[in-house]
Design a protein around this ligand. Structure first.
Ligand code: ATP
Ligand code: MG
Ligand code: FE
Length: 355
């Protein structure tokens, strides 16, 4: 039977129903709109909104698929990492539903779900065989991950300060572009000259594949300082946006080259997360991959940003992996939501329920 999956780790409330082979039978995503006035996600508002939205969302998704709860084989939810309030809401809802239906609950690591999305049927022609390198660039994450198998992930590097999307959002805010700022900044950059304004390239050519964006943000603040509260000349703003975007692309390309050096067995580079929607960045990543004789793939945008399809898919992969390892079907009702859940720490999900 199908799996019903719930995502509530940040500010997207999402539900999806997938057939056992990964075919999406129905999916809905609500991007909460109560945060824009605050210039960022407010955890308390997000948790309350998840609680208010989930029951009707799940019901509507079931109706879209033409299914009843009694048709479901198991329930999955993101149980971490993320904002703890939202994780508790989604996980409790999913566990409660599984308990009422007497079917298993599968705990999904949200970052793992991003990491496995490229393996959904129809995204990469041959289904993205392991191992591959994942660049996860979103509002909350910026990591290079060696994806070696289901439950087998190695973090090769990550940001030491801001996430990539956070940097885009903060720079967009300085340029007066509203929130979330990534898409608006990209649009403005199209009218600018990426070589017009000299900006730093944090960590460029340094060993490893960590990222840093705060120096770039500070440099932009310094370029803007002379203007005070005065309106920015449009061309200057566009040049600054384009130069920022190019600096980010330069740094990410360099870091990914280092990550690929650390993972010589990779045949495929995958980008995921909202920032992977950025055309300049995508083109650079594609270039890096092709120069090394590797393939490049990025899931369609609706599967790059937070959604429940990826959660259902990660649960299905976990289900199959358990069977392959000769383990009992997973049922993680005793796994509790956790704000941090390192990808290296996936073993207990395959262990029989302690209850
Ligand atoms: P997570 O918990 O996975 O980090 P999130 O909701 O913060 O979740 P996503 O929904 O994956 O992250 O992505 C949102 C981020 O992507 C925002 O920071 C947004 O500015 C950025 N973004 C979206 N489109 C673009 C774009 N075209 N260029 C640059 N950044 C973009
Ligand atoms: Mg979001
Ligand atoms: Fe996410």
């Amino acid at each position: 039977g199908p799996v019903l999956a719930i995502e509530s780790s940040c500010d997207e409330t999402a539900c999806a129903i997938l057939a056992p082979d990964g075919t999406c039978l129905a999916q809905r995503v609500v991007s909460q709109d109560g945060h824009a006035d605050f210039g960022g996600v407010v955890p308390e508002i997000a948790a309350r909104a998840h609680l208010a939205l989930l029951p009707a969302l799940v019901e509507a998704t079931l109706a879209d698929a033409g299914l009843a709860t009694t048709d479901l084989a198991f329930i999955a939810a993101s149980t971490g990492p993320g904002l703890i309030g939202g994780l508790i809401v989604g996980t409790s809802f999913a566990k409660g539903l599984a308990l009422a239906l007497n079917i298993p609950f599968v705990a999904v690591n949200h970052v793992e779900a991003h990491a496995l999305t490229a393996r959904l049927p129809g995204i990469v022609p041959d289904g993205a065989p392991f191992p591959y390198l994942l660049l996860l660039v979103s509002g909350g994450h910026c990591q290079c991950i060696a994806v070696e198998g289901v439950g087998q992930y190695r973090k090769l590097g990550g940001t030491i300060d801001d996430a990539a999307g956070e940097a885009f959002d903060k720079v967009a805010k300085m340029l007066g572009l509203g929130w979330p700022g990534g898409p608006a900044l990209e649009k403005l950059a199209q009218m600018g000259n990426p070589d017009a304004i000299a900006l730093p390239r944090p960590l460029l050519h340094r060993p490893g594949c960590d990222f840093s964006f705060s120096g770039l943000k500070t440099a932009i603040a310094q370029k803007l300082a002379p203007y005070g509260q005065a309106p920015l000349p449009h061309q200057f703003a566009a040049d600054l946006a384009a130069s920022f975007q190019q600096a980010v692309a330069d740094v990410v390309a360099d870091r990914i080259n280092h990550a690929l050096d650390m993972m010589p067995q990779a045949r495929l580079l995958v980008a995921a997360g909202g920032v992977a929607a950025n055309t300049t960045l995508r083109a650079r990543l594609e270039d890096v991959a092709h120069k090394r004789g590797l393939r490049f793939a990025a899931p369609p945008l609706r599967l790059c940003t937070d959604n429940a399809v990826m959660v259902g898919w990660a649960a299905l992969e976990t289900w199959h992996e358990s069977a392959e390892r000769g383990l009992p079907a997973p049922n993680n009702t005793t796994l509790r939501p956790r704000p941090r859940w390192p990808l290296e720490d996936m073993a207990q999900r395959f262990e029989p329920d302690q209850a």
